[in-house]
Design a protein around this ligand. Structure first.
Ligand SMILES: [Zn+2]
Length: 466
């Protein structure tokens, strides 16, 4: 159908012999171009320390310019040795602009663990494509660039500006997001393509699509115990290792209070409908009676769910002593906390100090200083409607719900500058199937054309939504 339309438009161009009669492009038509760009993008090792992000940004900028974007609307913003690429898709100036963002960098890959594969080479094997960044998130970064190119070539003019932001250090410092976010504080909303939105069950049946409307805050605390030290043949009971061990046991036994918001309740209600057993019952009860203590206890016993209803803190490093035959002078532990939205770093620090209940043990905030963000809830109706429609083009009737993720991303910088930000990634996956950040990172091949369909549907819909 659209192929026919395209052929027809193509022959009209020939007949009229002039350029700007523009044709719709099908996803099948642009797939080779997309796969070419994705192959190249995976080959550029955009890990921290290799300083390759500017080269990839240049590559995208050239492609966008060739597709018809004005040089003046393509900008690179250097930050240290990395940079952000910002592309303005100029509209008719009706209403506030919106942002769509992703990142160009990836986490390093230890080649030895990649069975028979090079991490920085895109490879198809069975139903999957493999490569560092193929799921987190060069698949979507390139899909956004491709969609901008495709829309531009099709002659699409949005009612309002769409701003594409590709950052260069999401996996490490997030300095580029911070630098860009403050310039676009007047955008109406932002979409973060780096979401984990679509979930398949084990049989590849879609379960639900989450619009990420909140993240947990990330903070590290250093717990320090000191003691006089001395010769180990004269064992002084004032021993930093013993003191710190006792303090850590108290932290292990402590649970932060139960918390919830509208996202918690909506997501528990939707998730429990697709689950069976005691956890499903608990999620359902919690959604019905927010804060229900028995339900909270069941949810808290599951490591994958406890973070949905509490701030969590866990010991991740322990260092002590300076010689086998010396009494320790110092023992330190790192406690990594994921703070429920609305909480503060200072409050968690004070609570840890109270839990430790020993004024001689110091609880301090580790560098870099944590940056927390607000939630973006309720989700703006225009976004919810347009995302739901785009998802249901592929999976009719699928439930689209607001969710909170336990991790943190570039989104919080936009949220901190007053721009509600929603994580939406059209690539569906089975839980634990993509190995993001790990060995053999992969994505189902089916998700690549589906992503192009999604953005091509969603961006124009939002460009006119009011
Ligand atoms: Zn990512």
């Amino acid at each position: 159908m659209s192929t026919y339309r395209t052929l027809l438009a193509g022959s009209l161009i020939l007949m009229l012999g002039c350029s700007p009669l523009l044709a719709a492009e099908t996803t099948a038509q642009v797939m080779p171009e997309y796969m070419g760009m994705l192959t190249h993008a995976i080959s550029v090792q955009t890990v921290k320390g290799k300083d390759q992000v500017p080269a990839l940004a240049r590559y995208f900028a050239d492609k966008l310019e060739a597709a018809g974007f004005a040089k003046a609307d393509i900008e690179t913003i250097p930050v240290g040795n990395t940079e952000a690429l910002v592309v303005r898709y100029r509209g008719k100036g009706e209403g506030k602009s919106f942002i769509v963002h992703g990142h160009m960098d990836v986490v390093p890959a230890n080649a030895e663990g990649w069975t028979d594969r090079q991490p920085f080479k895109l490879v198809r094997d069975g139903p999957y494509y493999y490569g560092r960044g193929v799921a987190d998130m060069k698949d979507q970064t390139v899909a956004l660039v491709e969609t901008f190119m495709r829309l531009k070539r099709e002659g699409f003019v949005p009612q309002r500006d769409i701003i594409l932001v590709l950052t260069g250090d999401e996996e490490t410092d997030e300095f580029t997001a911070e630098a860009v976010a403050k310039r676009f504080h007047d955008a109406e909303f932002a979409l973060d393509a780096d979401g984990w939105s679509g979930e398949y069950d084990a049989n590849l049946k879609p379960v639900m699509f989450g619009v990420v409307a909140a993240e947990k805050g990330y903070a590290d605390f250093l717990i320090t115990a000191t003691s006089p030290g001395g010769h180990s043949s004269e064992p002084n009971p004032d021993n930093a290792i013993y003191k710190l061990s006792a303090a850590m046991q108290k932290i292990a036994a402590y649970q932060f209070p139960v918390k919830y918001n509208g996202i918690t309740l909506a997501s528990f209600k939707a998730m429990s409908a697709h689950m069976h057993g005691p956890l499903a019952d608990a999620l359902r009860r919690f959604a019905g009676h927010p804060g229900d203590a028995k339900a909270a206890a069941v949810i808290s016993a599951d490591p994958a769910y406890v973070g949905q209803i509490r701030t969590t803190c866990v010991a991740t490093e322990f260092t002590s002593g300076h010689a086998r035959n010396a009494l320790p002078e110092k023992a330190t532990a790192n406690v990594n906390c994921r703070i429920f939205p609305g909480g503060t770093v200072a409050a968690v620090q004070q609570q840890l100090q109270r839990v430790v209940a020993d004024p001689a043990i110091e609880v301090s905030v580790q560098d870099p200083a944590p940056v927390l963000g607000p939630i973006s809830y309720p989700v703006q109706p225009q976004v919810m409607t347009a995302v739901t429609q785009a998802v249901r083009q592929r999976f009719p009737g699928l439930e689209v719900i607001p969710v909170m993720i336990p991790a943190s991303s570039d989104s919080r910088h936009f949220r901190n500058h007053g721009v509600p930000t929603y994580g939406v990634s059209p690539a569906f996956a089975k839980p634990g199937d993509v190995h993001a950040h790990g060995y053999n990172e992969r994505i189902l091949a089916s998700e690549l054309p589906a992503s192009l369909d999604f953005w091509h549907e969603l961006l124009p819909a939002l460009a006119k939504a009011k």
